[in-house]
Structure formats: C-alpha cells, structure tokens
Design a protein around this ligand. Structure first.
Ligand code: C5P
Length: 223
C-alpha cells in the first residue's frame, strides 16, 4: 500500500533533525529537512544582494533559485542551482536572516508545493517519509499518519545547539534561539503551532535513542 508519513514539528534545537534521520534510517524511509530548504533560499537571496527584510524583493525573486533536496537520511543533500550548499546554509548570516525570508508568503507557497510533491513521491516509491519543520503537521501534511511536536526546555535546546556549533556561549545561543522562535511563532503565515492531534514529546533529559524509540512506537501504533 501507500507509504507512511511521519511529520515532526518543533522549535529550534528541539532535536528534530537527529530524531527524524534516526527514525527514517530505522524504518528505511526517505527524509526531508524543510528547514534546509528555507535556509537554501535565504542563502541565495543573500548571495544575490537581496535583503532578507525586503519582503517585496524576496517575493519577486522567490521562484528563481533551483532547489534540489536529496532525501537519503544517511546522506541528505541540499543544492542550489546545482551547487552543494550544505555547509553554507548553516552560517550565522543565513541563520539570522532565515526567519524573515520564510515569513514571505511567496516563499512558503513555492517551498510547500515542492515539499508536497516530495511527500507524494515518497508515499508511492520509498515506503514513506519523515518530514521535519515548523508547519508540517499543520499545513504541509495535515494528513500525516504520525504527527509529533518535539519540545525541550530553552536551556536544554541552547546547550544542544552550542555543542553542535562547538560554542561555549550557551547564553548567547539561548538568546538567538529565543529570537528565532519568537519570529517563527508570531508570523502571519503558517506560524509554528501545535495542533490538538499532534503528540507532544518533551525531550529534556532524554537521549537521542530514547526519543527515536518513542517515535518508532507511535509509528507502529499508527501502522
Ligand atoms: O529547522 P531549521 O532551524 O534549520 O529551520 C530554519 C528556519 O526555517 C526556521 O527558523 C524557520 O524560520 C524556517 N522554517 C519554516 N518552516 C519550516 C521549516 C523551517 O519557516 N517548515
């Protein structure tokens, strides 16, 4: 039959990427990091001299970059106009501009359409897909078989993110995360929100494998 869709939303640093990749690998599913798509389009805007805060210019250019995502959870890739940008989309510059770019409706319309195409293809061909982001359970795939809202305390999220970035500045990281969460949760179009039918997993103090196992349990229940 058609494959399963596991939708995972949550704030920055909640462990979405590690959890989603772990679940996809364990079940042989495809994996889509929608945050990487918003980062890729933001990288292209900056590269082309378009300011993230200039919503009109961002909307005008939204259809220009060709964004290609590889959905193997063991080696996910992201390309813009055929160039690998996996490293460049994680810079401070992109991270601090991505919330403004992703608040522009034309950007979201384009990327959501691409995400739905990828999901439909994975349902047909890959046994299903794990998709992570901010609006997957609410907008991109409200019909997903498994819907999860991943959370962790602000401090735990900042600690994880600092470790990933090899930074000692946990307080500064916590401030940057809080700013991005505020922007992502307060925007007019598709803000980060938890729907009543998403299962909330609070992961503060849990190890990665424990969280992966919880999600796999929910997937087994839904199957
Ligand atoms: O997941 P990640 O932190 O890489 O996402 C980067 C940014 O992309 C988020 O802060 C948010 O502004 C945007 N985003 C979004 N919708 C998604 C995924 C990410 O608006 N589904």
């Amino acid at each position: 039959g058609p494959g399963i869709v596991i939708a995972i939303d949550g704030p920055s640093g909640s462990g979405k990427s590690s959890t989603s990749k772990g679940v996809a690998r364990a079940r042989g599913l495809a994996y889509l990091d929608t945050g990487a798509m918003y980062r890729a389009i933001t990288w292209w805007m900056l590269r082309n001299g378009i300011e993230a805060e200039d919503a009109v210019a961002v909307a005008d250019a939204a259809s220009k970059p060709v964004i290609t995502m590889g959905t193997d959870p063991s080696a996910p890739t992201v390309q813009v106009d055929g160039t690998d940008v996996a490293g460049e989309i994680r810079t401070q510059e992109v991270t601090s501009s991505v919330s403004a770019v992703s608040a522009v409706p034309a950007v979201r319309e384009r990327l959501v359409a691409m995400q739905r195409d990828t999901i439909a293809q994975a349902r047909r061909e890959s046994g299903g897909i794990v998709v992570e982001g901010r609006d997957i359970t609410t907008v991109v795939a409200p019909d997903a078989e498994v819907k999860i809202f991943l959370t962790a305390s602000a401090e735990a999220r900042a600690r994880r993110r600092s470790k990933e970035n090899s930074s000692d500045d946990v307080a500064g990281t916590q401030e940057a995360l809080a700013r991005r969460d505020r922007l992502d949760s307060s925007r007019a179009v598709s803000p980060l929100t938890r729907t009543a039918d998403a299962v909330e997993l609070e992961t503060t103090g849990l190890g990665l494998q424990e969280v992966v196992d919880l999600v796999l349990g929910l997937a087994d229940e839904a199957a």
